[in-house]
Write a protein that binds this ligand. Structure first.
Ligand code: ATP
Ligand code: MG
Length: 139
């Protein structure tokens, strides 16, 4: 059975451009419940670790620099079939290819600055949520 939890970050550029409120509004209006939420700066070291699975990719160094360039908003979200439902809401990785009305289409400006992160599996959602939040930070 599909899990009910996913993990998201509003990426630094979207936070800088004051889009966090609109993005959180879209998430909540799509039926996700917030289970944990915080504004946090990722150190270069923490961003490197979070994206370790991409370390052989050509964009890894740029991605780590971008994700540690300013605060992110990290959140644990709950909904039935959360991982897939959230990836449907955010759209394709590249905002230029994301479906109309998706968060990345509305708020992303490039494949790197694509507004939000979303977990890609139930296992990763649990690991990513634990990377940012202790059980005491969650409702
Ligand atoms: P995320 O993991 O952020 O939800 P995703 O699962 O859609 O995104 P991944 O393949 O996991 O995409 O890539 C992780 C992140 O790396 C992307 O969200 C994007 O910011 C960046 N990225 C991916 N592909 C490229 C690329 N070709 N050039 C630059 N940055 C990229
Ligand atoms: Mg991914």
């Amino acid at each position: 059975m599909a899990g009910t939890i996913t993990f998201t970050m509003i990426k630094p550029e979207a936070v800088r451009n004051l889009q966090s409120g609109k993005i959180l509004d879209a998430i909540i209006n799509s039926g996700f419940s917030l289970r944990a939420l915080k504004l946090v700066s990722l150190s270069h070291e923490k961003a490197s670790k979070f994206y370790e699975i991409h370390k052989e990719r050509p964009f890894y160094n740029d991605l780590v620099a971008f994700m540690s360039s300013g605060p992110v908003i990290a959140a644990v979200l709950e909904k039935d079939n959360a991982v897939n439902a959230y990836r449907d809401l955010i759209g394709a990785t590249n905002p230029a290819e994301a479906a109309t009305g998706t968060i990345r289409q509305l708020f992303g400006t490039s494949i790197q600055n694509n507004a939000v992160h979303g977990s890609d599996s139930d296992e990763n959602a649990i690991m990513e949520a634990a990377f940012f939040f202790s059980e005491f930070d969650r409702v």
